[in-house]
Design a protein around this ligand. Sequence first.
Ligand SMILES: Cc1ncc(COP(=O)(O)O)c(C=O)c1O
Length: 418
Amino acid sequence: MDTYQSPLDLVRERSVERPVALVRPGAVAVAATWFQKNFNGDVLYAVKANPSPWVIRTLWDSGVRRFDVASLPEIELVASAAPGAKMAFMHPVKSRVAIARAYHAFGVRTFALDTHEELSKILDATDGADDLDLIVRLAVNVEGAQYALGGKFGVALDQAPALLMAARRATSGLMGVSFHVGSQCMRPTAYQAAMAQASRALVRAGVFADIVDVGGGFPSVYPGMVPPDMSDYVDSIHRGFAEMMVHETTELWCEPGRALVAESTSILCKVELKKGDALYLNDGAYGSLFDAAHVKWPFPVKIVRDGEASSEMKPFRFYGPTCDSIDHLPGPFWLPEDVNEGDYIEIGMIGAYGVAMNTRFNGYGDTETVEVTDAPMASMFGLAKRMIPLPKVEEEEARKVVRFSRPKGKAGQRRRRR
Ligand SMILES: Cc1ncc(COP(=O)(O)O)c(C=O)c1O
């Protein structure tokens, strides 16, 4: 991988036609080190957030030994990029073939489930193995996440006791519980609340868990979203764990995806056309910018131009390169008003669910990867500021900004009274 000090050095040195993933392995290493130092348990990386081999290798080199995988290709990837890693197959719905290969060919012993049917499938596909670690995924009721993940997976809490008992009986290995509070969780206490619900389900089932896996959900920084300090999250989890009915040897796990990789990558795009306030880029909704289009996140942007740019900033929207009209990223993305065809734009904080989402639709999606050594645009781990200020916006735009905490002082009191 070529290394440049900054995206500007790259565009100064050569012309760049394809979108470029500008990667900062150092940022992944810092995040991984933080989690391992501050989380009193095992840290499993959720590979889905960014399955790039350089990410897996960096995490391995930083001491991460466990990986949360959701499919056979992810298992194959981890086995080749980090031989010796321990994998947990945490997708609650797997094919029999995938379960059998994971168990027999890759030595995977940890499997998640949220139904009795999946439990039978796991036992059948592993030929009745008795050395399985079975994790029951619970559907917890908590708020505070930008992406709710409760709808698709997880056994309802009133049905959990029967499944917990069945899982306990099914293995001489470990039995555990997991949940996901939702991605980009802005409320640390969501974890403690979820753990209390898990604890109640275990008590009702009359079983102890050997593993409590609090899932992912740890946030990163995006414009208009300033998460609490990461230590507030681990404090909430440690408090929740202390309050749970568990035994002395119960293991505590977490599965961060976003938080380990979000800061590590920017995408460098080229402006192919300017039409009023719309910039047509060479990357978009079907490439690495899925969340900017489908969840309308206004990722932070910077112009990368070898020369002066106007100091007057204007809001722009983007279109991606495909012919589909939903390939539209509404932003607003604030850029110098003279941004134009041929300019490059760095879109930051896109290391999670960015390159992972890339498709080949319409023949696009071919991305190159280079390493850069500059700082990310924001950081939860001290590499940059923990906030991305929004430019001064019009009244109407300001009302669209999502607030996650009450403003302090008089403004907060006014809102409380309403
Ligand atoms: C089972 C599981 N664990 C962990 C994660 C990672 O979540 P996040 O990126 O919010 O940390 C996900 C994301 O969908 C998940 O499904």
